[in-house]
Design a protein around this ligand. Structure first.
Ligand code: CO
Length: 473
């Protein structure tokens, strides 16, 4: 038998899986009873934190996301915790100054985070540098602190095997601890995975992880080929929250590799008990409509048009708002052209929305770039960073005129902002972490702080005017 090379598993049920299927609504209370069992599995890591989990905790669940992290840390005594971090945007929607980014990394690790998976919508490594450095600084506090750079996987002329090999090498040189290929739309086909992972294993020595979604129906085959090609870690979700727009099922992948050199060694009996715990939660979500059976199927359009499923559904709703459903095909053909004009970025949040909306504008407006969105202007001004291909100079001129585009790392132009943010929210601060919560989601954070204060002051919530967000003390 060939040399043993057990494939490792990152479990996503506490983050991506419920984000992809039930709008990130799993509560800490629902998670905690199963943590002890999950901790015995021997997962490489458990993904449990990210932009949407943080936002939804505050906004909808009225939970402090930091509290969730601390509770999970208490429960997971042997398993590494993992989070998703949007480069210089942290978990929010704008570029932050380096001092905020560094403080967020420091606090995440201090509260129990181990593996920080960092990505940027343009794969501009300059937007990831600050996080990688910040993780290195906190390694003396937590030797498990790990900076993983995730590349947004995409298709297009610019994305050759050479491009991926070159950028992977640069990531290794930057000092990242591992690389992840993050395929949000399920575009990576099984035999392409053989090629891609094989080429990367020849190029870099740091571990390679693969993250994909079942959306297009090929994901578990892609994992099979990637594992055969030497990928070190794959991301899967416990079966009740697997498939559809989520990940392949953990138990299925574990069984697939049983008795092979890639055997994960995970215990199916234990996994079955964990699945039993999550199954009623899924049934309940189906009953209430929180889980729409539609997202559990195969969206073949993703493969046919090579654009993420979410982007297509956004486009359909934009067109129907404008009573222009008949323009669907035209917009679909405009998308790759706009993408080329904008330097052929990967189509992930937020670049997917920027390209999609601009394509709609170009078709509806009757003239290309007669109307340019604020975001298109920002991209063409260099404010998101560098794209893999240059911008179309004519389009750039038409959209931003004579304005001088920036070419430096965008965050270099942002002054330190932590003291100002702290001063702004001082009246709400009960813990240092609150500063960061406020920095990321100012309005949502204040609503949450008010709610928390009211709870603390033992307000009778029956009397609180939730509708107007007034909590009498
Ligand atoms: Co994902």
């Amino acid at each position: 038998m060939a040399e043993k090379k057990p494939v490792k598993i990152t479990e996503t049920v506490l983050r991506d899986a419920h984000q992809s299927l039930i709008a990130t609504r799993m509560t800490t209370e629902q998670m905690l009873p199963i943590v002890e069992k999950m901790d015995k599995v021997g997962y490489h890591s458990v993904e449990c934190w990210g932009g949407a989990t943080f936002d939804a905790s505050l906004r909808f669940l009225k939970e402090d996301p930091w509290e969730r992290l601390r509770k999970l840390r208490d429960g997971f005594k042997n398993t590494k915790l993992q989070m998703l971090f949007r480069g210089q945007n942290i978990l929010g929607y704008r570029h932050y100054a380096d001092d905020v980014v560094e403080y967020f990394v420091q606090k995440s690790v201090a509260n129990g985070m181990d593996i920080i998976r960092i990505f940027d919508c343009l794969n501009d490594l300059r937007n990831l540098e600050c996080v990688v450095k910040a993780v290195k600084v906190v390694k003396h506090e937590n030797p498990n602190a790990h900076a993983q750079i995730a590349l947004s996987y995409t298709l297009g002329d610019a994305y050759t095997l050479e491009y991926w090999k070159d950028i992977a090498k640069r990531i290794e040189d930057m000092g990242a601890d591992s690389i992840c290929f993050k395929d949000m739309a399920g575009l990576l086909l099984p035999y392409k995975a053989t090629e891609l992972i094989g080429a990367l294993k020849d190029t870099v020595n740091i571990p390679i992880q693969l993250h994909t979604h079942y959306t297009s129906g090929v994901a578990s085959m892609t994992y099979l080929k990637a594992v055969e090609a030497g990928v070190d870690v794959i991301d899967t979700a416990m079966s009740p929250f697997a498939l559809g727009t989520s990940q392949p099922a953990t138990e299925v992948m574990v069984e697939t590799f049983k008795g092979t050199p890639y055997d994960t060694g995970l215990d199916q009996k234990l996994l079955a008990e964990i699945a039993d715990y999550f199954r009623p939660m899924k049934e309940e979500a189906l009953k209430t409509g929180l889980l729409n059976p539609k997202v559990l199927g195969v969206n073949i359009k993703t493969l046919l048009y090579q654009v993420p499923g979410g982007m297509l559904s956004n486009m359909v709703s934009q067109l129907s708002e404008m009573h222009a459903e008949d323009k669907y095909q035209e917009v679909l053909e405009e998308i790759p052209r706009v993408r080329k004009d904008l330097g052929e970025p990967p189509l992930v949040t937020p670049s997917s929305q920027i390209v999609g909306t601009q394509a709609v504008m170009n078709v509806i407006g009757g003239e290309r770039y007669k109307i340019a969105t604020k975001e298109t202007k920002a991209v063409l001004s260099g404010e998101y960073g560098q794209t893999v291909k240059p911008f179309n100079p004519e389009v750039q001129k038409k959209v931003i005129g004579d304005k001088e585009p920036i070419t430096c790392r965008p965050a270099d132009l942002i002054e330190p902002e932590l003291p100002k943010i702290e001063a702004e929210m001082a009246e709400w601060k009960e813990q240092d972490e609150d500063i960061l919560t406020y920095a990321l989601f100012p309005q949502v954070a204040v609503e949450f702080f008010k709610y928390r204060k009211a709870q603390r002051d033992k307000v009778d919530m029956n009397e609180a005017d939730v509708e107007n967000k007034a909590y009498p003390v």
